[in-house]
Design a protein. Structure first.
Length: 321
């Protein structure tokens, strides 16, 4: 018996070393920009389902840190006046799309008989900024681990699809850089996939998408307060996305301090590498168990809401903009 247990332990260790080596190899490819963000995400999905993830306990923390670091770094590639112009243009569409998505999400949740808290998390994730919104709203409504995991699973699955689908649709419709950047910010859930898709489309699309998406992320604060009132949650701590302030500082330094011109391009390149690694780690969360745990009804709600906000955003940009 001891021999069998010892052999099993040795195999587990070998497997773990193999997992770590594979992860290290992909991150090496990301560091030298050998693979693009969408391919990094795809690698993550494939690797986690074949070999597993040796860093499960650190994965989410690494995603949060790298995403925030990358967003701040991208600020050194932004121009303040262009950002303000983009923010103004997307402001009304942002307000309308957020509240219409939340209202539709409430009705869809009741129609599909999705768990109330799970339904609200999916709606907030779709309306505002994906996983960041879910992480901020979940303590407000005191959702359990299962409810939060299901909502995150739905958002991450659709995010992964968006990273490939949106640039393809954009090229098919011959969308301008400006229109595509605005559409990404409105219709793709998570900041990581917004930046990944926009970066693939072009530099102008990246600037507009990042600015509008981060302005949209600030709606976490009023939506959290509204959520606390609806769910009658007392003494709930609201998470404020402070890293957006550092993004603004980086953008102002790049726009008005000439000395930053020397280092700004290097910081932007490092930020893009950080984003590629982030997307690889996000892909590494999408194992078969995650897909199974999501369930049909939450996924349907997420898909319906996603189609709604994508079509609404595209029609508004093309015909009302």
């Amino acid at each position: 018996m001891k021999t069998k247990e010892h052999t099993a332990s040795q195999l587990f260790e070998v497997n773990r070393y193999l997992q770590q080596a594979i992860f290290a190899a992909v991150i090496f490819l990301c560091l030298f920009s050998i693979i693009s963000p969408p391919i990094a995400l795809l690698f993550g999905v494939v690797i986690v389902n074949i070999f597993g993830n040796p860093f499960v306990e650190f994965n989410n923390k690494a995603i949060t840190f790298l995403l925030q670091f990358s967003v701040i770094g991208l600020g050194f590639g932004m121009n303040a006046s262009s950002a303000i112009s983009a923010g103004k243009e997307g402001f009304l569409l942002t307000i309308f799309s957020i509240f219409s998505t939340l209202i539709l999400g409430t009705f869809l949740g009741k129609w599909l008989k999705t768990d109330k808290k799970t339904s609200h998390l999916i709606s907030c994730g779709t309306a505002i900024c994906g996983g960041s919104a879910i992480a901020a709203i979940s303590p407000v409504i005191k959702s359990n681990e299962n409810q939060t995991s299901i909502a995150l699973g739905v958002i991450f699955i659709l995010n992964s699809i968006a990273l490939f689908v949106f640039p393809f649709i954009g090229h098919q419709l011959d969308l301008s850089q400006k229109d595509f950047g605005l559409w990404c910010a409105i219709a793709i859930h998570d900041t990581s996939s917004v930046v990944g898709a926009a970066n693939k489309y072009g530099a102008e699309a990246l600037q507009i998408a990042t600015t509008v998406k981060l302005a949209r992320a600030l709606w976490i604060i009023p939506i959290s307060i509204l959520t606390a009132a609806i769910f009658k949650s007392k003494n709930s701590k609201i998470k404020i996305p402070y890293f957006i302030g550092l993004f603004i500082v980086a953008m102002l330094l790049n726009s008005y301090v000439p000395a930053t011109a020397v280092i700004a391009p290097h910081i932007v390149n490092i930020a893009k590498i950080g984003l590629t690694i982030t997307l690889f780690l996000i892909g590494a969360t999408l194992n078969i168990n995650t897909l199974k745990s999501v369930g049909v009804k939450p996924l349907l709600q997420g898909v319906f809401l996603w189609i709604f906000i994508a079509v609404l955003g595209l029609v508004s940009i093309l015909y009302l903009g």
